[in-house]
Design a protein around this ligand. Structure first.
Ligand code: SF4
Length: 468
């Protein structure tokens, strides 16, 4: 999202999303479908729960020796004839890719879906340098034509209805296309075919990178990933350093749970294993292979409260079940990664100030942790993030004072009893239809968009005393 758009407060962005009926329709349809498919997929996979535990343990063990596995991966990629580049920041990663483009006279790049390249705004950097990037995943292609950003980790155009996509194609591609997914897919396929053949470079992300073989693993459903990695003369893979796993045996655990969590499939339609450039005797593959190992704020999180967020497989399941995401969609969050895990990743990449409001965009219901294939404890980390905002005095003063007072009242029985009595008296003018509405002063913002249950006529301890 542009800086301009980010200057609009989160509450206003969320409010606009709530009033957008097309968005509400598209979100409900898509997330409900994803939730159902995931549920069915795990219901018929009895070993799923064990695989989730195992995958989580592998992620934790890998983080404990991250430098070791990254060096092993780099050595093996180079042994296979690839080039490895280390990038501390997103800018460094972009600069490395632009340098390769300059040296190899690259004019056109085809890309397969990659959140890492969204994270570093690679398309903007390429365009600025005179290189044309073309997204080839259907969802990414749609939002590139619309000049928007993805609104979901695995379904970038989830916020668009088929009618909106038909209108977009008709306007940009100069035709009259019906709102029929098959027709629209065929249109995109025809447009993209030529681009694959023209492109000098293919850029992908990496779902996993296997250290002991130097294999980059791409999980896709459309086959475009294979064309991106095999047709152009150069392939560049950009990955966060958290994507490395030790071995092919470990990979099996992740493949078993990733597609089930993301789309409810047993396994994605295409699982592509890339091992360096084309080898002698091979018919397909690029002349050159480059792997960008990007930190961009990840390594410093290993020792922080947000460490577990580095386990994330980017399956998107936590977005689909999040009651906040399901209402406001991805764009209202304002950054590359939306949803509950997105809040943590944004804090990781952009700093705590960026999530001053977003840290509260969660009901802490725990649904995200329940569906996460690696059982990331997102609610706990969101609470820790809120504490950090308080400690670092990033949260607004009124909020800090209010919550401190609230904590004091809840932990002091005499104060709690007094507050209950006063609250019962003070709330009288504001109770309507059994709910507290239109509170005054600092509470006014809270009840502007929601209501609250009133303080009970008798507290639990008063009733307990009577019972005894
Ligand atoms: S936090 Fe878990 S559920 Fe959410 S995207 Fe990451 S792996 Fe998937």
């Amino acid at each position: 999202m542009s800086d301009q758009a980010l200057r609009t407060p989160f509450s206003e962005r969320a409010g606009a999303a709530l009033r957008d009926t097309s968005l509400q329709q598209a979100l409900t349809l898509a997330t409900t479908k994803f939730i159902g498919l995931r549920k069915e997929a795990f219901a018929t996979y009895p070993q799923g729960e064990r695989a989730r535990d195992q995958a989580r343990a592998i992620k934790e063990a890998t983080l404990q020796r991250l430098d070791h596995y990254l060096n092993m991966l780099a050595d093996n990629v180079e042994r296979l004839g690839g080039h490895v580049h280390w990038a501390t920041t997103g800018e460094e990663a972009c600069e490395t890719i632009l340098r390769i483009c300059r040296e190899c006279r690259v004019k056109t790049v085809v890309k397969s879906k990659s959140m890492a390249t969204e994270e570093i705004e690679l398309n903007e950097a390429l365009e600025h340098a005179g290189v044309t990037p073309i997204e080839t995943d259907l969802g990414e292609y749609i939002i590139q034509l619309a000049r928007e950003k993805p609104s979901h980790i695995i379904a970038p155009a989830i916020h668009k209805t088929r009618g909106q996509v038909a209108d977009l194609f008709s306007r940009v591609l100069k035709g009259q296309f019906p709102a029929d997914p098959e027709v629209l897919t065929a249109v995109a396929r025809k447009e993209l075919r030529q681009k694959f053949l023209q492109a000098d470079m293919g850029i992908t992300g990496a779902n996993f990178a296997v250290a002991d073989t130097g294999t980059i693993v791409l999980v896709t459903n459309e086959g475009n990933g294979r064309m991106v990695t095999s047709l152009p003369r150069i392939h560049v893979a950009v990955m966060g350093i958290d994507k490395v796993i030790p071995s092919m045996t470990d990979l099996m655990f992740f493949l078993g749970i990733l597609a089930r969590s993301a789309t409810g499939q047993k396994i994605s339609v295409y699982t592509t294993l890339v091992r360096g450039p084309r080898q002698p005797g091979e018919l397909e593959g690029p002349d050159e292979f480059h792997l960008i190992l990007m930190d961009n704020g990840r390594a410093r999180q290993i020792a922080s409260e947000l460490r577990e967020a580095l386990y994330c497989l980017r399956c998107g399941a936590c977005l689909n079940v999040c009651p906040v995401y399901r209402q406001i969609g991805g764009h209202a969050y304002g950054y590359t990664y939306p949803g509950p895990i997105g809040i943590l990743l944004t804090a990781m990449l952009k700093g705590d100030r960026a999530v001053k409001d977003l840290a509260h965009a969660s009901s802490l219901c725990g649904a995200c942790q329940e569906v996460c294939p690696v059982r990331i404890d997102i609610p706990r980390m969101l609470i820790e993030l809120r504490q950090r905002l308080d400690r670092e005095r990033i949260a607004p003063l009124a909020e800090r004072v209010l919550f401190k007072t609230f904590a004091q009242v809840l932990t002091t029985p005499a104060l709690f009893r007094l507050a209950a009595t006063l609250g019962r008296l003070a709330q009288r003018p504001f109770v309507r239809g059994g709910r507290l509405q239109n509170l005054p002063l600092v509470f006014a913002r809270w009840t502007k968009g929601r209501d609250l249950p009133p303080v009970a006529a008798r507290t639990f301890s008063e009733r307990w005393r009577e019972l005894r």
